[in-house]
Design a protein around this ligand. Structure first.
Ligand SMILES: NC(=O)c1ccc[n+]([C@@H]2O[C@H](COP(=O)([O-])OP(=O)(O)OC[C@H]3O[C@@H](n4cnc5c(N)ncnc54)[C@H](OP(=O)(O)O)[C@@H]3O)[C@@H](O)[C@H]2O)c1
Length: 291
């Protein structure tokens, strides 16, 4: 049995679909979700839907029962991620799970990105626990940079894409590629102890702006800003201060090389090159009504 946690999230849902494409029978997949009422579309695929709330440990034991492998993906509840992951790891160990695949972030060993702190702590806790593990260190989602969290409509009106990433290279990848790589790992043998750095072909924010411009036919250039100034622009745009600081820090981390990897783990797992930036940008713009 393969269990995917927080399975109503976008990346996790794609992992379930990739497992099904790889021929895993529906009765061998558990979609563990905080809100079963949001999982009707997952249930419709035939996979088992079980309640699993990281904040309610009593739900985790039954969710992980009979699981051979668990894909553990943190929630987006940034302040709570580490304690949530500890509860889930302890429950998985109690349930006798044979392998935890942890969805981490690229370069977690060396990264200084603020968002990566909980990943560092969680990876360390997993290693110390003794449970067999595989680390899936996902690169940045291209979709997030291409406007899934908003902001690209304004950039296109103003002709300027702002950020604090300088000329830093970002080994971003599509959620779909990262989910497929996770499915490959979850359906392969001998994964215990492996650490995958999953990055796509690197690009800069200027490359991203050029791709959006090419696709939409509208002028768009990248304009870099100091972190503090970028934070204030985000706040002025309605983003809460703590979230604006996280976004600006995540951008700036590219200037320190935190988002770049030379690893070929992603294309190796996929058995093909990762999906090009321009294709993922096109899909994202279409989904958001900008193309
Ligand atoms: N690589 C990258 O660039 C990148 C970018 C952004 C995010 N991420 C990663 O993706 C994850 C979240 O981001 P996202 O954009 O995918 O979020 P998302 O689609 O909004 O999904 C969040 C998921 O977490 C679930 N959740 C929230 N609290 C929970 C709890 N207490 N117990 C169990 N599940 C809970 C939500 O369940 P409900 O449906 O019940 O709300 C939802 O399924 C994080 O792991 C983050 O590190 C990576």
């Amino acid at each position: 049995m393969i269990t995917i946690t927080a399975a109503t999230g976008r990346y996790r849902r794609l992992v379930v679909e990739a497992l099904l494409r790889r021929g895993i029978p529906t009765n061998e997949i558990v979609a563990a979700v905080r809100s079963p009422e949001k999982a009707a579309n997952l249930a419709a695929t035939g996979v088992q839907v079980r309640e699993a709330d990281y904040d309610r440990p009593e739900t985790l034991a039954s969710a992980f029962a009979d699981s051979d492998k668990v894909l553990l993906v943190p929630s987006a509840d940034f302040g709570q991620r580490y304690p949530q992951m500890v509860r889930a790891i302890e429950a998985a160990i109690d349930a006798g799970v044979g392998l935890i695949a942890y969805a981490s972030f690229v370069n977690t060993d060396t990264s200084t990105i603020r968002l990566g702190e909980a990943h560092k702590q969680t990876e360390a806790f997993i290693r110390k626990s003794g449970v067999p593990y595989v680390m899936l260190r996902n690169g940045a989602y291209i979709e997030v940079y291409a406007g899934d969290l908003g902001g690209m409509d304004y950039a296109l009106i103003s002709g300027t894409l702002i950020g604090s990433a300088g000329t830093g290279k970002i080994s971003g990848a599509s959620r779909e590629d990262l989910a497929e790589a996770a499915a490959v790992v979850l359906t392969s043998t001998d994964q215990a102890g492996k650490v995958y750095e999953l990055g796509g072909t690197a690009w800069t924010k200027a490359d991203l702006a050029a791709a959006v411009s090419q696709l939409t036919g509208k002028p768009l250039v990248y304009q870099d800003m100091p972190v503090e100034a970028y934070t204030q622009v985000l706040v002025a745009g309605g983003i809460p201060q703590f979230m604006a600081e996280i976004i600006a820090d995540a951008g700036f981390s590219a200037t320190r090389g935190d988002c770049y990897t030379e690893s070929t783990d992603l294309p190796c797992l996929l058995g093909r090159p990762s999906t090009p930036l321009i294709d993922v940008v096109a899909t994202t713009l279409k989904r958001n009504g900008l193309l």
